[in-house]
Design a protein around this ligand. Structure first.
Ligand code: AMP
Ligand code: MG
Length: 332
């Protein structure tokens, strides 16, 4: 090797070692769990500002809940809307517009205005099977079509129309967390808000699909994906039993009863947290065939687990999926 070649090679090697040392010293990992948005949030972040990023994300998720999404805080934008006020806020309006589009494309299977119906079922308080006449009264006076949008101004029209962003708030939190990770230049992160997970950074990630009748941590399949948001809606997440029958929390806006189409869980993979979360709920109501079409319409992939132990996946999701457990098979 010529002398200049040796010098260049040494400089390159020195720079690489310097980067490696820099990375080793400054690339710290922070893990933390906390309770927010009615669920467990867990953060695992790698990068030189990991502790500060985790702190900012925790603050951001708490603020998002208290100032925007919460139905329990009278000062939140959702509560203001639900008490008859017009809300003028560009960011909030952007969420509502995207959710209206999911509602429209799902043919109304996704409906973020059924807060009164969820309350009637007593999810979150004292669950019970309501009277059909009470269900019908609410359905008559609610529905996403009663949301009026004028630029960035949102108003609710309809006495029993109660905006409930329970099906998409976890995903919105992930989108906000992602922005912070970008500004803090995090290297890698895995953030979960209930059943919605943000996978951030280079390389491949593995996410398990939970065994429906199993314990937390028992998986029937794994998804391998690059950075993405992965949300799961399952009928095992929130339910009660009455007269030997199980009633879960994802309601079919057509009947006002829990959606019943053989689907036990749906996992949606998307670049957007909001879409992965909203679509997992929407696909749960729509079932395998229509749900797959809806996910693909939004450029997302979906995996359905049904009560006859079949797993259905969109074409893109099939490439990511490995089924690894007892009795479950991937349907063609
Ligand atoms: P997720 O766990 O993301 O599937 O969201 C479920 C939550 O969304 C429920 O607890 C309700 O607050 C709300 N929800 C129930 N049914 C629907 C529906 N058909 N469309 C939109 N939101 C719903
Ligand atoms: Mg959802």
């Amino acid at each position: 090797m010529k002398k200049t070649g040796i010098i260049i090679a040494s400089v390159v090697a020195a720079v690489l070692i310097a980067f490696a040392v820099y990375d080793g010293i400054f690339s710290k990992e922070t893990s933390t769990d906390f309770f927010a948005m009615d669920t467990v949030v867990s953060l695992k972040i790698t990068g030189k500002n990991s502790a500060a990023s985790a702190e900012r994300i925790k603050e951001e998720i708490n603020l998002l809940d208290s100032d925007i999404l919460s139905r329990h805080n009278a000062a939140s934008l959702v509560s203001k809307l639900n008490s008859g006020n017009t809300v003028n806020n560009a960011e909030f309006a952007a969420y509502i517009k995207e959710l209206i589009s999911v509602s429209q494309y799902s043919g109304g299977a996704f409906d973020f205005t059924l807060g009164a119906l969820s309350d009637l079922w007593g999810f979150g308080s004292e669950p019970r099977v309501p009277d059909k006449t009470d269900i019908d009264k609410i359905l008559l006076n609610s529905g996403y079509k009663k949301i009026l949008v004028n630029g960035d101004s949102i108003t609710v029209d309809g006495k029993r129309t109660v905006v409930d962003l329970g099906a998409s708030g976890k995903g919105i939190a992930l989108d906000r967390a992602k922005e912070i990770l970008e500004t803090e230049k995090a290297k890698k992160a895995v953030i979960s808000v209930g059943g919605s997970i943000l996978l951030y950074g280079d390389g491949e990630f593995t996410v398990g699909i939970r065994k429906p009748d199993g314990n937390v941590g028992e998986y029937i399949a794994v998804i391998k994906t690059k950075a993405a948001c992965v949300s799961t809606s399952g009928n095992y997440e929130r339910y009660f039993e009455e007269g030997g029958k199980r009633y879960h929390h994802i309601l079919d806006p057509k009947s006002g009863f829990p959606a019943e189409n053989g689907v036990v869980s749906v996992t949606v993979i998307s670049e957007s947290g909001l879409l992965s979360d909203a679509l997992s709920t929407a696909c749960f109501v729509l079932g395998v065939e229509k749900g797959s079409g809806l996910a693909e319409k939004f450029g997302c992939e979906a995996v359905f687990v049904t009560d006859d132990k079949n797993i259905y996946a969109t074409d893109g999701a099939k490439q990511m999926l490995t089924v690894n457990a007892d009795g479950y098979t991937l349907a063609e």
